[in-house]
Design a protein around this ligand. Structure first.
Ligand SMILES: *Cc1c(COP(=O)(O)O)cnc(C)c1O
Length: 370
């Protein structure tokens, strides 16, 4: 049997007619950029994330960049974030001439260790950029408290966390700005690149709208220099078809996660830790990531031999990336991030994963002899 890490075909099959109809509607309209479909998506995402404004853009990476631009982050500023995330998180900071200040992760949840954040704050700190990794919110209450105390805004990297909640609050609704990605492999994926920003602040919303269209109040009057980061009607149309299904899909992912949790805990001949989820958080399982303290690579090879797709998110923490060598961080400086990079594996988890497929993944893991 073959079980890929992610299978987009299964989802497309269930929505094929609707998606093709939506795409045809856009083609017939010959309106391709920031039109009715985008406006509809923005309204729906604002409602879904319980925020006042949603502003669509070209990708999750651009969403992060635009968020930091709207907060006037630039040369010499510091932004606190995690080294255990997708590259784009830190890249958005450095592209504006600011410095990413890394803080290690909590080994249970893989999110920022909030107890270490206060020590990293300096008078140059201009934003906190927590990532809701794998679909579980970072511990926002402490971060929000710190932000308030020091007058530092929070940008939530919610690229992996649409629909996740912390104490009932939606990802992307708690900080000053939330940044989401519609990359095809995300829980809500477009047919290409896409992203969206959320905020409850009217001024930030207006500024984000200008910044995504070259900083112009209209086509020809520019009060500042922005970027070109608009969302296509085609992408918005596909997303409008998919969004009503998102909660069902997230629930399916959580149901599958519970099956893995139950089947894998204490039932292997080697040490294996299912992911921990915070009681006060709704985890939407963008990824289901286990920790295998020893024999991680051998287990991955065993799964590969048996046709099960896995992946490591992320094998190289960002402070160890060549392009960030100038920041001066050393190996061993963020031990939990480095350990997670060595010990974790993402298993197949998607709404359409069948019971038979999941049982096969579990059986294959259990058959591994360290
Ligand atoms: C996917 C992702 C992004 C970037 O989104 P793109 O749409 O691919 O540009 C940023 N941060 C995190 C944590 C992500 O997973």
């Amino acid at each position: 049997m073959n079980v890929p890490l992610l299978d987009l075909q299964a989802q497309y099959a269930s929505l094929r007619d609707e998606v093709r109809e939506a795409v045809e509607r856009v083609l017939d309209s010959q309106r391709f950029v920031l039109g009715e479909e985008v406006r509809k998506l923005e309204a729906s995402i604002a409602a879904y994330t319980q925020t006042k404004h949603a502003i669509a853009c070209a990708s999750g990476s651009d969403a992060l960049l635009l968020a930091l631009m709207a907060l006037d982050i630039g040369d010499g500023d510091e932004v606190i974030t995690t080294p255990f995330t997708f590259f784009a998180t830190a890249a958005a900071i450095t592209r504006l001439g600011a410095r990413p200040v890394f803080v290690d992760i909590d080994p249970s949840y893989y999110n920022l260790d909030t107890s270490q954040v206060a020590d990293a704050i300096t008078d140059k700190t201009k934003a906190l950029l927590p990532v809701h990794l794998y679909g579980q919110c970072a511990e926002m209450d402490l971060l929000l408290e710190l932000g308030k105390q020091h007058g530092i805004p929070i940008v939530e990297d919610a690229a992996q966390a649409i629909g996740a909640t912390d104490r009932g609050d939606q990802a992307g609704s708690m900080g000053a700005i939330g940044a989401f990605s519609f990359y095809p492999t995300k829980n809500l994926g477009a047919a290409g690149d896409g992203g969206i920003l959320t905020t409850n602040n009217d001024d930030l919303a207006a500024r984000l709208k200008r910044l995504r269209t070259h900083g112009g109040a209209n086509e020809y009057e520019h009060s500042e220099v922005g970027i070109n980061s608009r969302l296509d009607e085609l992408q918005a149309a596909v997303l409008n078809v998919k969004l009503p299904h998102l909660d069902n899909w997230s629930n399916e992912r959580a149901r599958k996660a519970a099956v893995y949790d139950q089947e894998l805990l204490d039932s292997t001949s080697f040490e294996l830790w299912p992911p921990a989820s915070r009681e006060e958080a709704r985890h939407i399982y963008h990824q289901y990531v286990i920790r295998v303290p020893t024999h991680r690579d051998a287990l991955m090879e065993h799964l590969k031999q048996h046709g099960v797709g896995t992946k490591v998110y992320y094998p190289i923490p960002l402070h160890r990336q060549e392009c960030f060598a100038y920041l001066g961080y050393k190996e061993g400086e963020f031990p939990e991030s480095e350990r997670a990079a060595r010990e974790t594996i993402a298993l197949p988890i998607y709404p359409e994963l069948t019971e038979t497929q999941q049982a096969y993944v579990i059986e294959t893991i259990k058959s591994f002899k360290a």
